[in-house]
Design a protein. Sequence first.
Length: 164
Amino acid sequence: MSGAIKPAQRAPGAARGQGARGLPDERLDRLAAEHLNMKHILQQLSSMAYNFSSLPAEQATKELSSLLEQFDNELLPHEHDDEEQLYPSLVDYLKGDDPLGALSHTHRELFRMIGLLRHMNQQLATQPSNVDLKEIQILLIRLDTLLALHFSLEEELYQTLDLR
Ligand SMILES: [Fe+2]
């Protein structure tokens, strides 16, 4: 499944990392706004990672479905767009052979973990007695750590491309 993502490639013949080049202001503002608009998802994920297994089963099921819905409607389209549209357009601003390789790896991990969470959510709906809420909580903790790291690495990167 993770093989579907190709590394962001520099166009043939394009210069690599041409020093002090910045992204246009309006693009930087849009990137910042997109992350800001998704902070509520990070907050919800963090709070569920903290107490998920102590929630009553019915509430746990409801909250997990609501989180996945927000992933589907907001987070996943954003992250796919980062990987498929944004990253290839950033490569020429950066030095190194594969400057976005590590960040692309975090995208793949995010997609994998969310797929796993979706599977667990389906099990919770159909065979709740076979599901251990603690196991889901461990996955939520890992996802929370990864997503917070991913956002902060991207924000750090965009700052280096902000010459204002
Ligand atoms: Fe991203």
